[in-house]
Design a protein around this ligand. Structure first.
Ligand code: AMP
Length: 280
């Protein structure tokens, strides 16, 4: 496995690799990331992973400074998983000199949900992913459904800017109790970790309500809200949205994403499930 820190080296290596699947990450790799790497390996003969904690997608009050950066154990995990190339640039390599603002934006997708609570977040995501796509020129790129809005925004970016890259949507990997895996879970204190499971429990119970025939999104939101408030979460949003337009859904007639963002102490957690009402 080659570990590369500069854009020039990445370009030189890229020529040798042929058909390539890329897994962009911010490191602190867990089983969620490893499942993306497995999907990448099944999709293309060569796999690259990028590890870069991208400053431009963090807001002033976000956790950029304390975000975990266990690079050597991440590299071990990548090597063991059969990754061919790791691109792990530093901030100065990606953003040299004066930061030149580069904006790709899709306001109808980026100003709602996460975008509303983290202004500018998706501009940073689009900026860094566009740079990674231009540096590594992957044929496939894997993103997790855990961050479903990010996945949708990046699908739109590839489509709108005519990038010849296939975006692979990868299922959310969960802890045995249901908590969606996240590099941020390690911020949770043991009592918070116990309460954190309420998010996935509430989403699964909403899924059951839909299976039972409920089609009114407000009933789902109310049920989820009760369960989270009972565990003293501070709720940023509970939303039922169309998976393509991200517009709110009132009465479900097709696939709908139920998405939650909520805070426990200083840790912000997000999760979602896709529900599909039955025909009757
Ligand atoms: P991050 O390092 O948090 O930027 O995540 C890198 C990629 O891994 C993104 O495409 C995430 O959606 C994906 N990812 C993070 N957590 C999970 C998870 N629990 N299951 C599946 N994919 C995930």
């Amino acid at each position: 496995m080659k570990v590369i820190k500069t854009i020039a080296e990445a370009r030189a290596e890229r020529g040798e690799l042929g058909t390539l699947a890329l897994v962009p990450t911010m490191g602190a790799l867990h089983r969620g990331h490893m499942s993306l790497i497995e999907i990448a390996r099944r999709s293309a003969p060569r796999t690259a992973v990028s590890i870069f904690v991208n400053p431009t997608q963090f807001g002033a009050r976000d956790d950029f400074g304390k975000y975990p950066r266990p690079l050597s154990s991440d590299l071990e995990k990548c090597a063991a998983a059969g990754v061919d190339l790791v691109f792990a640039p530093d901030d100065a390599e990606m953003y040299p000199g004066e930061m030149m603002e580069t904006i790709v934006d899709f306001p109808s997708l980026t100003t709602v949900l996460e975008g509303k609570h983290r202004p500018g977040h998706f501009r940073g995501v689009c900026q860094v992913v566009a740079k990674l796509f231009n540096i590594l020129e992957p044929d496939f790129a894997c993103f997790g459904q855990k961050d479903f809005q990010q996945l949708r925004v990046l699908q739109a970016m590839v489509e709108m800017l005519n990038w010849n890259i296939e975006i692979l949507a990868c299922p959310t990997i969960r802890e045995p109790d249901g908590l969606a895996m996240s590099s941020r879970n390690q911020y949770l204190t043991p009592p918070e970790r116990e309460r954190a499971v309420a998010i996935s429990k509430a989403l699964f119970s909403a899924q059951e309500m839909v299976k039972g025939g409920v089609k009114q999104a407000s009933r789902l939101s109310t049920a989820v809200q009760h369960q989270l408030l009972a565990k003293h979460f501070q709720i940023d949003y509970i939303a039922s949205v169309d998976p393509i337009t991200l517009k709110p859904v009132e009465i479900m007639t097709g696939p709908t994403v139920i998405a939650v963002a909520a805070r426990l102490g200083s840790t912000r957690l997000i999760d979602n499930v896709v529900v599909e009402p039955g025909n009757d």
